[in-house]
Write a protein that binds this ligand. Structure first.
Ligand code: UDP
Ligand code: MG
Length: 333
């Protein structure tokens, strides 16, 4: 069985077309419409429009559609995880709901999987349809990420990929908060292949990835994969201490040799504020990591499920849907 996992936040106007186009591809691939060898798991990530109603309608019309409704907006990565946890397929494909990831790429992903690859990335060819700012920032970021973490991410990789059941089961064991799937799928290894696709325009609605969400994802990625920023902080600290040590030595030496070293207000203030500035930079980097530790230690569930729609067959990874009802999650302890 092949599962297609779609996180959806305010995508009411895209789901029907997405379903139609996915069905068209899967039917050619797998057999007639009676064949139940695939499913679509749509995760409603706290939408404020009629996304959930659309999901329920689709699920009542087509037994292969299942819905998971999260209790609020948990963000794209967590919604994706919720869908991956609910998927039952031997291969699980994740894609966006806005049709920027064309369903017509599905056959080539599945073809690679049948050839024996356990992870198949769909890599975006950065052509005209995407804003230049987005392609540039994403390239720059992936380069920085690869440099800092030693994990190479192909530029143009988004969360459009196929995972084999074995890989998925391993990834679902990762309990880290602020999970950065784009890095983890490279970190885990396994036989990997890639196919490329032309990124389409968003079909309807607006992108919900604003600057803040993008920066959060970027920082989660780097801080969960790399300690290099901490090391940079150490280097800054050492360099600053060396400089101030030299400055103080010079002053003492001048006083001792009775030379007139009279530092004016301006220069001493400049030095003071400069070093304080550096100090706070270093502290801020430390604080970010300490904050991440606090979040990890709390170990809260990464998403909570409000309700589900469609076939009530048991998902393979029930454990990952459980936190919603476990006593620990309710008391928050
Ligand atoms: N998405 C989500 N939760 C969010 C934001 C986005 O599930 O909080 C989904 C969204 O419905 C879409 C995918 O993540 O299926 C990618 O989002 P979007 O198209 O807004 O991002 P962009 O393509 O602009 O990077
Ligand atoms: Mg999009």
């Amino acid at each position: 069985m092949i599962s297609i996992v779609v996180p959806a936040h305010n995508e009411e106007r895209n789901l029907e077309l997405l379903h139609a186009r996915v069905s068209a591809q899967m039917q050619v691939l797998i057999g007639g419409p009676e064949c139940a060898d695939w499913e679509v798991v749509i995760v409603d990530d706290g939408s404020t429009d009629r996304t959930w109603e659309r999901v329920m309608t689709l699920a009542s019309e087509d037994g292969r559609v299942r819905g998971v409704r999260l209790s609020r907006n948990f963000g794209h990565q967590n919604a994706l995880l919720a869908g991956l946890a609910a998927a039952r397929g031997d291969a699980v494909i994740s894609m966006d709901a806005d049709l920027q990831h064309p369903p017509e790429v599905l056959p080539s992903l599945i073809q690679k999987w049948r050839e024996g690859y356990q992870i198949v990335h769909a890599i975006r060819r950065d052509a005209g349809s995407l804003a230049l700012s987005k392609t540039l920032t994403s390239r720059l970021y992936y380069r920085l990420f690869s440099y800092l973490s030693g994990v190479r991410i192909e530029p143009g990789a988004a969360d459009f990929r196929l995972l084999d059941r074995q890989v998925l089961d391993e990834i679902l064991k990762f309990k880290e908060e602020g999970v950065f799937l784009r890095g983890i799928v490279h970190w885990v290894g396994y036989a990997t292949a890639a196919v490329s696709f032309e990124c389409g325009e968003r079909h309807a609605g607006a992108s919900s990835y604003d600057m803040r969400k993008m920066l959060t994802l970027a920082w989660h990625g780097i801080s969960s994969f790399s300690l290099v920023p901490l090391r940079i902080a150490v280097v800054i600290g050492l360099a600053a201490s060396t400089l101030s040590f030299l400055g103080v030595s010079y002053a003492i030496l001048g006083w001792w040799l009775d030379r007139a070293v009279v530092p004016g207000w301006a220069s001493s203030l400049a030095i003071m504020s400069g070093f304080f500035g550096l100090l706070f930079v270093v502290l801020a980097i430390l604080a970010e990591y300490v904050g991440r530790i606090v979040i990890e230690v709390r170990g809260r569930p990464r998403f909570l499920v409000r309700e589900t729609a469609g076939a009530t067959l048991r998902p393979r990874n029930r454990a990952h849907l459980k936190p919603a009802s476990s006593p620990d999650a309710r008391t928050g302890t």
